[in-house]
Unconditional design. Structure first.
Length: 127
């Protein structure tokens, strides 16, 4: 079961629509449907803040129970993320940052290629 599958399972259990969930955590329409492998740390934090009964360790790894035990009262501003889940989040964030750097480098290469081609173009009015 993927993170996306577990999130959908939680939403179905709570009777929350995908769109309602997306609005509540501040992501774009279709965010859940477009989820791939992981969730960025800021999204996990928003989920934990708005859905304190959801066990983020379970969401990230599938281990443990879907819902947190009610025997531990938590402040609404306190976010508890299991160490193992946090490790997964950090690894995914590093991977995304690396991919962002690669994309920027490729875009720079493409931009330089376009400038060189444009520099060789002759003006139609030039004689």
């Amino acid at each position: 079961m993927t993170i996306k599958d577990r999130l959908i399972k939680y939403l179905e259990y709570k009777g929350i629509s995908k769109r309602q969930f997306e609005l509540s955590i501040g992501v774009s329409n279709g965010y859940i449907n477009n989820m791939r492998v992981s969730i960025q740390p800021d999204k996990v934090r928003n989920i934990a803040l708005h859905y304190p009964d959801l066990n983020t360790g379970w969401l990230m790894t599938g281990e443990g129970e879907m819902l947190k035990g009610e025997d531990k009262p938590e402040s609404p501003r306190t976010v508890t993320i299991e160490a193992e889940a946090w490790q997964v989040i950090k690894q995914q964030a590093e991977s995304l940052a690396s991919k962002d750097r690669q994309m920027e480098a490729l875009l720079d290469i493409l931009k330089k290629g376009n400038v060189q081609e444009t520099g060789n173009a002759a003006c139609a009015d030039a004689k």
